[in-house]
Ligand binder design. Structure first.
Ligand SMILES: *[C@@H]1O[C@H](CO)[C@@H](O)[C@H](O)[C@H]1NC(C)=O
Ligand SMILES: [Zn+2]
Length: 518
């Protein structure tokens, strides 16, 4: 900004919306005095010039023109999955991220929003218009769409049908199997229970996502011949070959007779201690079990070949509620890459920001945005620790949510607060962020007080009362960077994602860039 100058008073446009004719926006000029010069720098400063926007756009055009398609083979792949990270979540989180730095926020970008390629993912299940995390994990990790709440099996397997899920013809291999067959190292990181639907998509085959431990299967006598998800992780491929397993959910791994490091009782009724079994199977001085940040920090990563890190009995805590004993998603990601990057054949790593979804289900918009920012930081770590030349990074989501961002707040308005407008029907204020449904289920509109919304777990308003807010059926974004990231453009069925990754990384049974070079 060579000629940047600050004007102390400026005219901005206020949109006023006419209900009688929704297509007509009348622009009403109002004067705004300079409140906080720093916070409003973008608005009151150089952004008010014609040259700012022209220069910004011309610079972007030049950088796009310089961009070269990367047709290398992807030695490494990192899949970052923001559970429930809808487009409105990304937009609101980017504003929140900017506002935390004292900026007005709208102009900010999260780490992955700087990626060169973006596509849209159609997330519906085989049998449902709106996906859950199980059918969608099956799609983006095995390349085949499945029924709602089933994992790693094709649509022939109905929910709870253990028998048909045992049929090998109905079972699917995941991108982790493909990576291991190509002698790549593999790892999974999540802040949910390690047996929860999204991480389970990397290793499990089950007719019900809730069968996380044998105790969860008690009520399903017909499922006796099926293995619970935790047992599949420890005993079956590809789970038993993972080099890194980080997440929560010790209780699904431990017997009810065992009290864990934090005083929490296990849940298994078969008496198994699957942590001990995992260590015994590894039978190696290079295999570690850790349960907190300290254990992670003390580990000499150059000596680690296998690591099982379980940091909570249940899901890991929300980022805002976590103490220092729990590693952050970013710290787990860094540790995982340090273990995996030693492998000369490369690695495939799956990292889930799993609690964005949990926050939305509770209408906890602040937690959802905070979890999204933490997810963005984990991705930044992935960017910094790898090279764009040989590492494909794909960031996507499994499904949307019903949170929306209502107009027409002025620039820089607190994204977590009240809209700067009030209703022209009942003259009451409204939140910028609100939900179509969920536990807040507002029956009658009222004057929301600032005091209510200061809590991290303030429930943002929703229209339809439900115990748990639902997922949204709208498409979710796919952001890609690195070898063959240009494939991830257009409107794509969700199950194409692992096919494209496999092509770039020369793994799996389909077409790969290595074949086509023969
Ligand atoms: C970690 O292990 C490597 C290889 O055994 C060794 O060279 C290095 O000094 C160790 N680092 C620390 C901090 O102990
Ligand atoms: Zn969900």
């Amino acid at each position: 900004m060579k000629n940047g100058f600050v004007i102390s008073i400026l005219v901005i446009l206020k949109f006023s919306f006419s209900i009688s004719d929704a297509n007509v926006l009348s622009f009403d000029k109002i004067r705004v005095t300079q409140e906080s010069k720093e916070k409003k720098l973008h608005i009151n400063g150089f952004e008010a010039t014609t040259s700012y926007w022209r220069t910004q756009a011309q610079n972007k055009l030049k950088s796009q023109l310089k961009h070269k398609v990367n047709e290398n083979v992807a030695k490494n792949v990192i899949i970052f999955l923001g559970d429930g990270m809808s487009l409105s979540t990304v937009t609101a989180a980017r504003i929140y991220f900017g506002q935390k730095q004292g900026l007005s926020g709208e102009e900010s970008l999260l780490s992955f929003e700087k990626f060169p390629y973006i596509g849209l993912s159609k997330t519906y299940c085989y049998d449902k218009q709106t996906a859950d995390s199980a059918c969608s994990a099956t799609a983006y990790l095995t390349g085949v769409k499945a029924n709602y709440a089933t994992i790693g099996v094709n649509p022939k397997v109905q929910l709870n049908d253990c028998e048909s899920s045992r049929n090998k013809l109905n079972q699917l291999s995941s991108i982790m199997n493909w990576a291991q067959n190509a002698r790549k190292a593999t790892g999974i990181v999540t802040n949910t229970r390690i047996t929860h639907a999204s991480p389970a998509g990397t290793y499990a085959r089950t007719a019900n996502r809730d069968w996380e431990s044998d105790a969860d299967m008690k009520a399903f006598p017909d499922a006796r011949k099926c293995s619970d998800i935790a047992k599949q992780l420890i005993r079956e491929e590809p789970g038993n070959l993972f080099n890194v397993i980080y997440g929560g959910g010790r209780k699904k791994i431990l017997s009810e007779k065992i009290i864990d490091e934090e005083g929490q009782r296990g849940q298994r009724i078969d008496g198994l201690d699957l942590i001990d079994e995992w260590l015994t199977n590894k039978n190696s001085p290079k295999a570690y079990y850790i349960h907190n940040s300290e254990g992670m920090n003390q580990m000499n990563h150059s000596n680690v070949e296998h690591v099982l890190g379980l940091f909570e009995s249940d899901h890991m805590k929300f980022h805002l509620d976590a103490g220092s004993d729990q590693p952050s998603l970013k710290e787990m990601t860094a540790s995982a890459i340090n273990v995996l990057k030693k492998h000369e054949n490369g690695f495939v790593l799956f990292v889930e920001g799993g609690r964005i979804d949990h926050a939305h289900h509770q209408n906890f918009a602040k937690h959802a945005l905070e979890e999204t920012v933490e997810f963005s930081e984990a991705i930044q770590t992935g960017i910094e620790m790898t090279s764009e030349e040989d590492t494909l990074i794909v960031v996507t989501s499994d499904h949307a949510h019903t949170m929306t961002m209502s107009g027409y707040s002025k620039r820089g308005q607190d994204i977590l607060g009240l809209n700067s407008e009030i209703s022209d029907v009942d003259n009451l204020p409204y939140m910028t962020l609100s939900y179509a449904n969920g536990p807040s289920g507002v029956k009658k509109r009222y004057k929301i007080k600032k005091d209510e919304m200061k809590f991290n777990d303030y429930r943002y308003p929703s229209l339809v009362p439900l115990n748990s807010e639902t997922h949204g059926g709208d498409d979710v974004p796919i952001y890609a960077r690195g070898p063959h990231s240009h494939l991830f453009t257009g409107v794509l069925e969700q199950n194409t994602i692992p096919h494209f990754i496999a092509y770039a990384a020369c793994i799996g049974g389909g077409l790969t860039v290595c074949d086509t070079r023969l």
